[in-house]
Design a protein around this ligand. Structure first.
Ligand code: SAH
Length: 262
């Protein structure tokens, strides 16, 4: 485990989006990583819940990835993607604009299409997603308004995968980041999270990034304390023996933001 917390500026300088994608989201011997498939199944399950639909969805800490919005894009009309680093946002834009050299998400898109019942509609889904992502903006989850100086209208849904545990140096910071993220959700709107549990680091490209070691109850309590009611929560274990990270399990949850107290 790294001795020091990975500050956001270290992400800005050292997080190589291309290396991250190759390490965790590319095919290995013709297969996706078991963890990726598991997360795609959880996201499919959560975005099949009746109440998870609406106009706008904000993806917080999107990184250079799109897998997390593949099921979501069937249920929301507009998507806004946020991340701290310039290079992650550029890598995402490259795929959105279908530019040469963009990462090949087809195996992942096909996997999700198969979950949804028709593997053959992958090209249609890619086109749909490219149309629905309307903005890609900078954000810092440690700020009260994460998109400051831009103020976004609160969304029907906020999604965040594998971000807050990377962006928070301790539990109080994690809880405060969740309160900041809560401000992006309408009262009555939903939060969808995928968070690793028991993890202290992840590594790729000979670089180590710190991760806040969390327990299920700590995440669930932080979500409730940030003004949400838990609607769905599921823990799935990680395969042991992965040298690239030490995660024990993955928590997937859906929570609904309570109406503001008057
Ligand atoms: N959501 C993607 C990326 C996760 S990697 C996925 O599921 O694979 C962690 C991400 O958190 C990186 O993209 C990094 O840029 C972002 N991040 C780190 N600190 C942050 C902060 N303070 N505010 C917002 N994003 C941050």
């Amino acid at each position: 485990a790294p001795a020091v917390f990975t500050e956001a500026e270290v992400y800005q300088q050292n997080f190589d989006p291309r290396a991250y994608l190759e390490e965790f989201y590319s095919l290995k011997q013709g297969r996706l990583e078991a963890l990726v498939e598991q997360n795609l199944r959880s996201l499919f399950k959560m975005f099949s819940l009746e109440e998870l639909k609406g106009d706008t969805l904000i993806d917080v800490g999107c990184g250079p990835t799109i897998y997390q919005v593949l099921s979501a894009c069937e249920r929301f009309q507009e998507i806004i993607a946020l991340d701290y680093t310039d290079r992650n946002r550029q890598e995402l834009e490259k795929w959105l604009k279908n530019e040469a050299g963009a990462f090949d998400w087809r195996p992942v898109v096909k996997y999700v299409c198969e979950l949804e019942g028709d593997r053959e509609k992958w090209a249609e889904k890619e086109e749909k997603l490219r149309k629905k992502v309307r903005q890609v903006l900078k954000c810092d989850v440690t700020k009260a308004n994460p998109t400051d100086p831009v103020s976004l209208l609160p969304a029907d849904c906020v999604l965040s995968t594998l971000c807050l545990e990377a962006a928070s140096k301790d539990l109080p910071t994690f809880r405060s980041a969740l309160r900041n993220v809560a401000g992006l959700v309408k009262p009555g709107g939903h939060l969808v999270m995928v968070t690793v549990l028991g993890d202290t680091y992840y590594a790729f490209n000979n670089q180590v990034f710190s991760c806040l070691r969390l327990e299920r109850s700590e995440v669930e309590e932080a979500v409730e304390a940030a003004g949400f009611d838990l609607k769905f929560s599921e823990v799935q274990s990680c395969l042991p023996g992965d040298v690239r990270q030490d995660c024990e399990a993955v928590l997937s949850l859906v929570a609904r933001r309570r109406a503001a107290l008057t």
